[in-house]
Design a protein around this ligand. Structure first.
Ligand code: PMP
Length: 405
């Protein structure tokens, strides 16, 4: 069968593949614990459910403007004012089918073939693939000091005349790190002086812990939005735990938004009107839902840290946000893909290989699920890897004996 060269280069999403493997094992009745999961367990906010149900009840389920319902865009404008202290116009906004489509639209709009897009390791798995899908070249910058925090001097070294954009994701998937105010100020000044776009993937913006807040890049530009190089991507998937509704939005200079609308009008048209109504319901409803989700996840993070602290040989950076951490498992294996397969087979625990995020030797562990999954999941991983842990364990009602250490 003939498949295009470009299509052949696009890797499948390892997280979605692992979800599928776990689903099949679960269906067979295996007691799988999913520490790979990229979504919280909460129910959608009631105002989101009522908003979408009301729309459905009218029976009037049709196309909307490509860039989104005007009433949803109004709610996004309020969100921008409240969380970014920026007044933006409806023409600065396009609503899309998840933040993923936003990133695709943005990159399609600005990247010419062979243009380079800087990605900061550890990076979200989909960035390199989306860059390739628009014929761009991902350029990876890895912190040399073993931290998960980028440094401007390392970024400066890779900038060429082909550098078109940099993607900043803070709070960061997979490390949970929030980039510093100093770095945010520096990178905005640097990119603006060089004419490089800064794509801010703020999808975890409010999932922050211990009173910390993610820096707002707009604070560090003196340009108005129309002349700025900043492009914000956000959505309801993580902050309201509404992953299945598939609603994200981009905020950018009008001229870019016009092009994004053209692109989207030729691919998916508008995001589903039912989902747009749900997103509007979430954004205009009681905002305490954000705080209660944040508190649940913060508590889960604490449990995860406690469990990992008693894990021989594991080093972990305490996450300041998101629902992931990225512990270093090199004491046990340098091959994270092999390690995730081993843990799924022996301990029935789903983890995600650090290699997929540009951090070999690490595993991404999610604490978005139940507390009991975190404690039992880590106990199983210890049992599978650490010779000092008891060599018997119950998984479901089966007693297993470790015979490989
Ligand atoms: N950016 C990051 C960093 C993410 O982790 C995700 C989801 N895992 C997305 C974007 C995509 O979000 P959405 O579900 O809204 O497409």
């Amino acid at each position: 069968m003939s498949v295009s060269q470009l299509a052949r280069e696009i890797k499948e999403s390892p997280t979605l593949r692992l979800n599928e493997e776990a689903r099949i094992l679960k269906e067979k009745g295996d007691p799988v614990i999913h520490l790979g999961i990229g979504e919280p367990k909460n129910r959608a906010p009631i105002t989101a459910i009522l908003g979408s149900a009301a729309k459905l009840h009218t029976g009037d389920v049709k196309y909307t403007p490509t860039d989104g319902l005007p009433s949803l865009k109004k709610a996004i404008i309020r969100y921008m004012e409240e969380h970014y202290d920026r007044l933006v116009a409806p023409e600065n906004i396009i609503v899309s089918t998840g933040a993923k489509q936003c990133i695709y639209n943005v990159l399609f709009t600005i990247v010419d073939p062979q243009d380079e897009v800087i990605l900061l390791a550890p990076y979200w798995v989909s960035y390199p693939e989306i860059v390739k899908m628009v014929y761009g070249i991902p350029v990876i910058v890895t912190p040399e000091d073993g931290t998960f925090h980028p440094r401007l001097e390392d970024i400066e070294k890779v900038v060429t005349s082909y550098t078109k954009a940099i993607i900043i994701n803070s709070p960061n998937n997979p490390s949970g790190v929030i980039y510093s105010e100093e770095f945010t100020a520096e990178i905005v000044k640097f990119c603006e002086s060089k004419g490089i776009y800064i794509i801010l993937d703020d999808i975890y913006q409010t999932l922050v812990f211990d009173g910390k807040r993610a820096p707002i890049a707009y604070k560090y530009t003196d340009k108005d939005l129309e002349n700025s190089k900043l492009i914000v991507v956000n959505g309801v998937s993580k902050i309201y735990g509404m992953t299945g509704f598939r609603i994200g939005w981009s905020v950018a200079p009008r001229k870019l938004v016009e092009v994004m609308i053209n692109i989207q009008s030729q691919t998916t048209s508008n995001a589903s009107v039912i989902s747009q109504a749900a997103a509007e319901g979430a954004l205009t409803g009681v905002q305490s839902v954000i705080e209660s989700l944040r508190l649940t996840i913060q508590n889960n993070r604490d449990v995860m840290m406690q469990e990992l602290q008693t894990f021989n040989g594991i080093r972990v950076t305490k996450p300041a946000g998101t629902f992931y951490c990225l512990p270093d498992f090199r004491a046990y294996s340098n091959d994270s893909i092999e390690l995730t397969e081993f843990l799924l087979k022996k301990a029935l625990v789903v983890t995600v290989p650090g290699a997929a995020f540009g951090m070999e030797g690490h595993l991404r562990l999610s604490y978005a699920g139940e507390v009991s999954d975190i404690t039992e999941g880590i106990e199983r991983i210890k049992w599978a890897l650490d010779p000092e842990s008891p060599n018997e364990i119950y998984i479901g009602d089966r007693k297993l004996i470790r015979d490989w250490l």
